[in-house]
Structures are given as C-alpha cells and as structure tokens.
Design a protein around this ligand. Structure first.
Ligand SMILES: *Cc1c(COP(=O)(O)O)cnc(C)c1O
Length: 232
C-alpha cells in the first residue's frame, strides 16, 4: 500500500496538472484518521488540514496533529460547538446560516480576534445536505459583511453525488458564477479568495471549473473504515 507521503505527492501532481499554473490549495480531509496519520500528511506538505467533527478536532489538536499546517473546520456546524472552533480553526468552511455568522462574530469579538469563514452553499438544493440555498446566499453575504469580527474569505460546496466526476461540473460551474458575482460586489470585511470544492472523486473537474481549494480525504489516507467503532 502506498504511504501517505506517496499519496500526497500523487494527489499534488494531479492537482497541479489540473490547475494549469493556477495556485490550488490542497486540504487533507482527515476525519477518522488519527494524529499520527495527520502528522504524516502535514509532513508531506499539504496546505491545510480539514476536520469534520469538533471532538476529533479538539483531541487531535491537543496531540499537535496539525502543527505546521493551517486547520480548517469542514463539517456540519452546530451552534453549541462554536466555542471550540473560533480562534482555533484558521478557517471555518461550513458556515451556513445568519445565526451561525452572528454567534461566530460574537465569540470572535469576545476573544478579540477576527475569524475567517467560508459560506457553504447547497448548490444541488438537496434536502439532506447542509448549506445555504443559492438564493439565500447574497443576503447572508451582506449579513456577514456587516460583522466586524468576521472576514468572509469565499465559498464552499459539496455538490450532489453523480455517476461520473464530470456529472458534478454544472454544479461546480454554478458555484464559480456565484463566487465571481460576489467578488465583483466588493463587500466590506469580505475578500473572495477561496472557492473550496472538489474531493477525491472529482477534484480535477472542480479545479477545471475554478476551484482553488480542494478537500481530499481517501485519496490521501486510503478508504475510511466505517465498520470500526467511532465512539462519537
Ligand atoms: C470527507 C470529506 C471530504 C473528503 O472526501 P473524500 O471523498 O474522502 O476525498 C471533503 N469534504 C468534506 C466536507 C468531507 O466531509
């Protein structure tokens, strides 16, 4: 089995080839991988680590798993977990309501810091998925732009599962449209730097459609074993 370092090198080569000279950040989506494995990915030069579960993030952070790489939160965000993330995660990618924006701003203000966030868009309008509906996005951007302790850095999406990687391309393209539209409006406290989309199965298609941040898990760490007890 190839090592994590070999996988990171292979993924990086594919990312660079799809990027055609553009800079694309590689985020290692490390859910269910322990601190030692995360450290291997960091040592191999991923640009950031992305965690889904707050408890895992807190535990692995205590084990210094992410030292040397920025830490992103990419999972479903619950308001009672915000206190563990603000000022700890360098980027919270999965903000999807005005209420969460409000609570993050308040917490960041109390800590005297500015929290970088992305807004997550439910670009496929799937009932079971989190994320803002595309038509709610502008209103939420304006809401976030008025918050002094938040800096909106871009957008994130997880498109519907499709039979082929290219099946997701229309969703990726729709995200790029939203991204360009917001960037053109020049809101306060907003800098549209990151368009985070693309995972192991489709990151090349996402990059071709304008992603500059991809979140890759299984292609780096191997398949996740969901049969093992999680305890969380
Ligand atoms: C797990 C996960 C990924 C990575 O998925 P892979 O298919 O393993 O690459 C990316 N983004 C989010 C939000 C995830 O939860």
């Amino acid at each position: 089995m190839p090592s994590i370092a070999e996988n990171v090198a292979a993924v990086r080569a594919r990312v660079d080839s799809a990027a055609q000279g553009r800079r694309v950040l590689l985020v290692a989506a490390s859910k269910m991988n322990d601190a030692a494995r995360v450290k291997e990915a960091v040592a191999a030069g991923v640009d950031a680590c992305g965690e889904n579960r707050v408890q895992e993030l807190v535990e692995k952070n205590a084990g210094h798993a992410y030292d040397g790489a920025p830490l992103h939160f990419i999972g479903h965000l619950q308001k009672n977990k915000i206190k563990y993330l603000v000022g700890v995660a360098d980027l919270i990618e999965s903000v999807d309501s005005e209420e969460l924006v409000e609570l993050i701003d308040r917490r960041a203000g109390r800590l005297g810091l500015t929290q970088d966030i992305l807004l997550e868009v439910n670009i496929g309008r799937e009932a079971a998925k989190s994320g803002l509906a595309p038509e709610e996005l502008l209103k939420t951007v304006e809401f976030a732009a008025a918050k002094p302790n938040i800096r909106l850095r871009g957008l994130m999406a997880i498109p519907p599962v499709t039979a082929t990687p290219d099946g997701a391309r229309p969703y990726f393209a729709a995200m790029r449209e939203l991204f360009i539209d917001i960037a053109g409006k020049k809101y306060d406290n907003t800098s549209m730097d990151f368009l985070s989309m693309g995972m192991s199965g489709d990151f090349e298609a996402a990059i071709a459609e304008g992603a500059n941040m991809v979140r890759v898990g299984s292609a780096i760490f191997g398949a996740r074993d969901y049969s093992r007890p999680q305890g969380r």
